[in-house]
Design a protein around this ligand. Structure first.
Ligand code: NDP
Length: 264
């Protein structure tokens, strides 16, 4: 039997086991996927090997630790500087980032998006920005503080703090990647700034899933078409499965729908 786990802290809320075990059941794969609460990010590689895992997903706050401890990295994780998927081969860790393609798949239903404003500048924002830049989209990033914006500056992206934000930046899509609204009921920025930003946009998405955040409630109020991060979660899990199983994994509508239903 193959063994997989999602590793993070906290981890009890994670829906990754539901997604992966649903897929294993449907595909009749002899495999099991569990959760692992890690205290010390420096021990990530050691734990993955000790537990005898065939693969793992790494989540908050260990994606950068995974990046530094993998033996091999794919191009996407190198560009982002973070790993969310680890495949173990002969005791060596192969690192990938499937948040980036997961995000691109999640926004497909919005159609052809030309420009995107990303709210936040953490690991998720980096994955989203790299995916969008690679797809040739115009990207802007707004964050409450300047320190983490330097990564985006090096990609040639226009970056702002709230006081620097220019009112004429109108984007078809606004994505909230801040953690405002995750464990609280806060908007990521001043409501008037967000009203003006969302007022000029067609679509909004929150990376947070499973709840209507204040950001999504505001988008609704302004009649901006919006979605939460559920599809991003689903697709990053599907792309992780592809990394674990390679050509053994056959994609199908049935599989995707079963995975989607498992997290509703
Ligand atoms: P990080 O901790 O790396 O980054 C958090 C960002 O949010 C930073 O830019 C931080 O700003 C900003 N921020 C935090 N709190 C506030 C606040 N109260 N108001 C305004 N800005 C705030 O987190 P991640 O990028 O790893 O994750 C971000 C979110 O994305 C989480 O909610 C996570 O659950 C979600 N996520 C969803 C996924 C999915 O598949 N749907 C995948 C991965 C993540 P500063 O730089 O100033 O500290």
């Amino acid at each position: 039997m193959k063994l997989f786990a999602v590793i993070g802290n906290p981890i009890s809320h994670s829906r990754s086991p539901l997604l992966h075990n649903t897929a294993f059941g449907l595909l009749k794969f002899d495999a099991c996927y569990t959760r692992y609460l890690l205290e010390n990010g420096g021990e990530l590689k050691k734990k993955i090997v000790q537990l005898g895992l065939n693969g793992a997903n790494v989540t908050v706050p260990f994606k950068e630790y995974a990046y530094t401890q993998c033996d091999f990295l794919d191009d996407m994780s190198q560009a982002i500087g973070a790993v969310n998927t680890v495949s173990v081969k002969n005791g060596q860790l192969h690192g990938f980032n499937t948040d980036a393609p997961g995000f691109m798949k999640a926004i497909e239903p919005f159609g052809n998006i030309e420009s995107v404003l990303i709210l936040g500048a953490g690991g998720t924002a980096r994955a989203v920005a790299v995916a969008l830049v690679n797809a040739g989209k115009k990207v802007f990033v707004l964050n409450r503080s300047r320190q983490r914006l330097s990564f985006f500056d090096t990609l040639g992206i226009d970056t702002f703090t709230p006081t620097e934000f220019q009112a004429d930046v109108n984007c078809s899509l606004v994505v909230n990647t801040t953690s405002a609204g995750l464990a609280d009921d806060e908007l990521p920025f001043d409501i008037e700034l967000l009203r003006s930003i969302l007022g000029g946009s067609q679509y909004a998405m929150d990376a947070i899933y499973g709840k209507k955040t204040p950001f999504l409630r505001l988008a609704d109020e302004l009649s901006v078409k919006c979605k939460d991060g559920g599809d991003m979660l689903l697709w990053q899990a599907f792309f992780a499965l592809e990394k674990f199983y390679g050509s053994e994994l056959k994609s199908s509508e049935l599989l995707i729908e079963a995975m989607r239903r498992s997290i509703v």
